[in-house]
Design a protein around this ligand. Structure first.
Ligand code: S3P
Length: 443
């Protein structure tokens, strides 16, 4: 364990560039590994989660290499031609690697064992096992549909039409990836839209994929099987989920004025910006453009007086990973913030409702935990007291970074039990924070 106290700082000033988008990075490696020929990826997130995906694709025959200039070069094997991995696939902390790769393998004649860390081994895999079993895959999982599990792919797999019972881009993507090597057409019906990076990138690689939007907003996504993917040049935009920590830090630390460059603003990911603005946050978009088929902009964020709000649960899928840090913003706002409809947060890298409630209470915030969200009575801009005891982060990178941000706006600082999980999605977080905002002791 690597504990650390995050102390109050002076204003955050300057410019930063957050690392590549985690969701897009996983997909870029996987699809490149399925295309015949050489793909080149720039801006890839080199976090542990994505490296787990890269290692898995290598163990199934793809050549995946980082060049000196930071470009990743992938030579793919072709859809249907993945090789049997010789050792268990170690997914580390990464739910995205696990669920998407289970999909990919479900329609290949392979057997693979999936293992992960203590956090990942508690997370439910039944949500992908169910549709992939309908497609013919055979999965033997640990109690409760958890890791470690053994998956035997089907050849040929059976195309299905599947209505998602939970709003999950991981489940959607698992089925679409399985559909690539399945004869016929595989359909996912998505009543509540979730991040659409898989759809965009599959099209970019030349898959035959259609999206029909019904009158009530339901999306019907169909992919044709026996796909042939063409290698691509991919530029990965900055991760809005990583940017969110600096957005909130800039908003709550007095005197801050920051520019976060190259942030992905795909509408299925940008909910947190909308909510922070509705709370009174000054977040300005500079130079909207397109990178790698995704909208991006630089974001200027300035310290702001925030007000509590009721967050529309319909926005949840577009900011599902940003709630921990939104709770921190709410803890510093004037008045009460209410969040509802967040049951999914309980099955992320940790139970983010319970863990954030305990962590914020330990830091002096007034928080009520409910089954599907938190009610937070903000401090009205006053600093939080900070923690005496150490906050438990439960192997959850986003809890660690959120509470680090809370520490910046506290009197005594916030001590977290372990900073190591931060490397799963944002290895340079602590260095960037130190550059932008020297700790007050050090001023
Ligand atoms: C992801 C989807 C989301 C998100 C996760 C990444 C993806 O999970 O929380 O960090 O890349 O598809 P769910 O699909 O389980 O909501």
């Amino acid at each position: 364990m690597r504990p650390r106290r995050f102390r109050p700082t002076g204003p955050l000033k300057g410019r930063l560039r957050v690392p590549g988008d985690k969701s897009i990075s996983h997909r870029a490696i996987m699809l490149s590994a399925l295309a015949v020929g050489e793909s080149r990826i720039s801006g890839l997130l080199e976090g542990e989660d994505v490296l787990a995906t890269a290692a898995a694709m290598r163990s199934m025959g793809a050549h995946v290499e980082r060049q000196r200039d930071g470009t990743w070069v992938v030579n793919g094997v072709g859809v249907g031609a993945l090789l049997q991995p010789e050792a268990p696939l170690d997914m580390g902390n990464s739910g995205t690697s696990t669920r998407l790769l289970m999909g990919l393998l479900a329609s290949h004649p392979l057997q693979a064992t999936f293992v992960g860390d203590a956090s990942l081994s508690k997370r439910p895999m039944g949500r992908v096992i169910e549709p992939l079993s309908q497609m013919g895959a055979d999965v033997t999982a640990s109690v409760g549909g958890r890791l470690p599990l053994i998956l035997r792919g089907a050849s040929p797999a059976v195309p299905i039409s599947y209505r998602l019972p939970v709003a999950s881009a991981q489940v959607k993507s698992a089925i679409l990836l399985a559909g690539l090597n399945t004869p016929g057409r595989t359909t996912v019906i998505e009543p509540v839209p979730t991040r659409d990076h898989s759809e965009r990138m599959l099209r970019g690689f030349g898959a035959d994929l259609s999206v029909d939007v019904e009158a009530d907003g339901t999306r019907v996504i169909t992919v044709a099987g026996d796909a042939e993917l063409r290698p691509q040049l991919i530029d990965v935009p900055g991760d809005p989920s990583s940017a969110a920590f600096f957005l909130v830090a800039g908003l709550i630390v007095p005197g801050s004025d920051l520019v976060i460059e190259n942030v992905g603003l795909n509408a299925t990911r940008a909910g947190v910006i909308e909510v922070l603005r509705a709370m009174g946050g000054s977040i300005e978009e500079l130079g909207r453009r397109e990178v790698g088929g995704e909208p991006v902009a630089d974001l200027r964020v300035r310290h702001s007086t925030l007000s509590g709000i009721e967050v529309d649960p319909a926005l949840a899928p577009s900011m599902i990973d940003e709630f921990p840090v939104l709770f921190v913003a709410a803890a510093l706002a004037q008045g009460t913030t209410i969040t509802t409809g967040l049951e999914e947060l309980r099955v992320k890298e940790s139970d983010r409702i319970a863990v954030m409630a305990a962590a914020l209470q330990a830091a002096g915030a007034r928080v009520e935990e409910r089954a599907d969200g938190l009610g937070i009575h903000g401090s009205g801009g006053d600093l939080l007291t900070g923690t005496e005891a150490t906050v438990e982060t439960h192997l959850d990178h986003r809890i660690a970074m959120s509470m680090a941000v809370a520490g910046l706006a506290s009197r005594a600082g916030v001590e977290i039990d372990d900073t190591r999980p931060i490397a799963t999605s944002f290895p340079a977080f602590e260095t960037m924070l130190a550059q932008l905002a020297p700790e007050e002791d050090a001023l």
